[in-house]
Structures are given as C-alpha cells and as structure tokens.
Ligand binder design. Sequence first.
Ligand code: PDD
Length: 278
Amino acid sequence: MPDVACLNGQFSSLAQARVSVNDRGFMFGDGVYEVVRTYGGIPFGLDHHLDRLERSLKEVRISPTWTRNGLISWVEQAVARADYADAKIYMQVTRGVAPRDHVFPKVPPTTLITVTEIHPLPDGLRENGAALITTPDIRWGRCDIKSLNLLPNVMARQAALEAGAFEAIFIEHGTGNVREGAGSNVFAVIDGTVVTPDLGPHLLAGITRAHLLEVANSLGLPTAERTLNADDLYAADEVFLTGTTIDVVAAVQIDGRAVGKGVPGPVTRQLAAAFPPG
Ligand code: PDD
C-alpha cells in the first residue's frame, strides 16, 4: 500500500481516511502533532518524539485513549504497510469531535497517523546551501508545544518562498533575538563554537537539534546554547538549520547577505555527514 493512514486505530489508504468537520483540529487547531522520519524503514528518535508528544498533550490537557505501546504498535504497522525506505510519519492528536464550542468537550481525542514518502530537498540545496530570510516572531508564548496552530509559520514560510529563500527565521520583536525557523532550529558557528538559541517557551526543543548537539560533542566541537541575535547570524562563520525532514541544511545567505564565504562551511559539512545516523 502506498500512503497509509491510521485513524483512531483504523488503517486505510491516506485517500480514504475521513474526519468530521466538527473535529476540533479542523475547527480550532485544537491539538498537537509530531513528525518522525524513517531511515531504511526504521523510525529515527521515535522515543524522543513520543516523549515530546506526551509533553505537548499534557500541556494542552488532552488525555489520549491509547497507551504509549499501543501508539508504537500503530506506528509500526502503518510504517510496515506503507513500506517506504524513507518515510515521513505524521502523528496528530486533537481534542476530538464535538459541536463547536470553545470549552473542552467530554469526547475522546482523535488520533491520526499518516505515513508518506519523504520528498527529497530541492536540487542542489544540500550541496550549495540555502537562502534564509528573517521575519518578526508574531507567534504565541508557548512555541515549546508542538501545536497544530501553524498560521504564522505558514505565512513565514510562504514569505520565504516568495523571496526566493528556503526558510524564514523568527526574530523576537524588540530584542532581535533569534528563535527558530518556521519549521526548523537554527545554529551558527562562531569562532569554532557551534551555537544555538537556548531552550524556553519561545522555541521547539527539536529532536534533530538535540541529536546535532550530541554529534558535535562527540566530534569534540565546542557547543553553546545561548542567546543569539540577528546580527550574530549575519556575522557568523557558518549558519545551518536542523529538522526532522531536512536533517542539516547549510545557510549561505540571510536577508540577501552572504554567510561566511557564501558556501557551506567545513563545520556544517562535518556535522551534516553524520546523517543518516548509523
Ligand atoms: N517541524 N522548530 C519548528 C517550529 C518546527 O516545526 C520543527 C519541526 C523544528 C525541528 O524539530 P525536529 O528536529 O524535532 O523535527 C523546530 C516539523 C518537521 C514540521 O512541522 O513539519
């Protein structure tokens, strides 16, 4: 079977899966999600993604009806049915189906898993690096929760595309602090140190971000989690992005200015070589 859906434990092709228009994910964006990828059919970092999913659910007060092992079993079955070597596993849990009313309904949550093929990055992007734009961070104060509410991310990513760039970087109003990309975390290499903004409510604790820091440490590269501002990015020797579907992507231009020498730098290339993880 190609693209697979598992909706509340019912497997079907993706095209056949249906949810009610009264689903609170559709009405309010009232839910949370995860994206996991497989390498050679094996989900990467599944435990970490499930930890983060459980945390997101707790923060928004949705109690799933499944156990963790039950969810893992659905994921494994969906991955096996789809049978892609490199697949994207999307998991979404909403507060369920109920007539539209803001307060929480007493209904079971809706759990959707989909498995689709991972699309390769645009031609040449990995070798040549990407252009970025910066954009004001207009999001809410809990971006550590992987919420379905992605309107600012959608707007920012579209603005990037229209500017001929690959990703938009959210910058905090007033301070100029770098937070993260519309769908990625941001790193800079400054005087040999691999630096990324420290965690907090304003950015997602990326699973790839954490893995990258481990890889950097294992390679003996100094790392730091600290405040970075837009000027630090412009002046950095190297800048790169991390995320589940992109692994590591070098940034060679930000807001039209060249980063470093304008080509993917040696530290980024060294770190990118650690993907796919062995
Ligand atoms: N996005 N920051 C944001 C806002 C993200 O949406 C993502 C991932 C990341 C990177 O996190 P991770 O390394 O755990 O994938 C950071 C996913 C892939 C998405 O929304 O499609």
